[in-house]
Design a protein around this ligand. Structure first.
Ligand code: HEC
Length: 209
């Protein structure tokens, strides 16, 4: 075989070796063809991911607080501006309404038979929940409790917006209760006045309200 014939073979190898894979096989036989694609590195998924050293924290990690720690150690870092409440309302409608309902009364769409049981604790606008600290409610969202699942996937800051919004729902409930009490008092006064009129000077003049 002449040098010319040998050159033809090499050129043919090049022509066929357009594909990276073929070059890979070729360079294993002839180190002369070493390319970047063949190297003694570990390929993706070739090895199991290594477990981090115990105690390692992600650089964007956040400290976790259980319910008790959140209750006693944490204070809300936000003041509840309009923007805070708007964010809270958005998150609330995404994460909380199915169980706690739009107003927090505990009448969400998944509450009922064979689903989330209709228990009084689902009402988060009432006296009981009003009495909790902001930290407790924040911790409640993070950790869950009883039948409520944990929502740690909601970032820490977003949980504070939710707390502010829950406080707003409670304030609305209190305003409604005050208005209802006022209406009841007015109705009682009117009934009393009507009774007085009926028993009064002109018999039969009362009766109506
Ligand atoms: C899957 C249904 C479900 C969802 C969704 C849910 N909760 Fe709850 N939540 C519950 C249940 C059930 C309880 C009562 C827990 C118990 O049994 O101790 C509860 C209790 C609570 C309480 C304490 C009430 C009290 O007075 O003890 C708060 C506060 C609360 N939830 C806030 C939220 C917020 C805020 C969200 C949205 C991020 C949310 N929950 C989403 C089911 C849910």
């Amino acid at each position: 075989m002449t040098a010319r014939a040998a050159a033809t073979v090499v050129l043919a190898a090049f022509a066929l070796g357009g594909c990276d894979d073929q070059i890979k096989h070729l360079d294993q036989r002839t180190p002369f063809f070493n390319t970047m694609s063949w190297q003694p590195s570990v390929e993706a998924f070739e090895e199991r991911a290594r477990a981090p050293v115990p105690g390692t924290m992600p650089i964007d990690g956040e400290r976790t607080y259980d319910l008790l720690a959140a209750d006693t150690m944490l204070v809300s870092p936000i003041s509840g501006t309009e923007a805070d409440l708007a964010r809270g309302a958005e998150l609330y409608s995404q994460f909380c309404t199915p169980c706690h309902g739009v107003t927090g009364a505990g009448d969400g769409s998944v509450v009922g038979q064979n689903r989330i049981p209709d228990i009084p604790l689902l009402n988060i606008r009432g006296e009981l929940t009003r009495g909790y600290t902001d930290g407790y409610i924040w911790g409640m969202i993070a950790n869950g409790r009883g039948l409520m699942p944990p929502y740690r996937r909601i970032p820490a800051m977003d949980r504070w917006y939710l707390v502010a919004y829950v406080r707003q729902l409670q304030a609305e409930a209190m305003a409604e209760e005050a208005a209802a009490a006022e209406a009841a008092a007015a109705e009682a006064a009117a009934a009393e006045a009507a009774a007085e009129a009926e028993a009064g000077e002109i018999p039969g003049a009362g009766g109506g309200l």
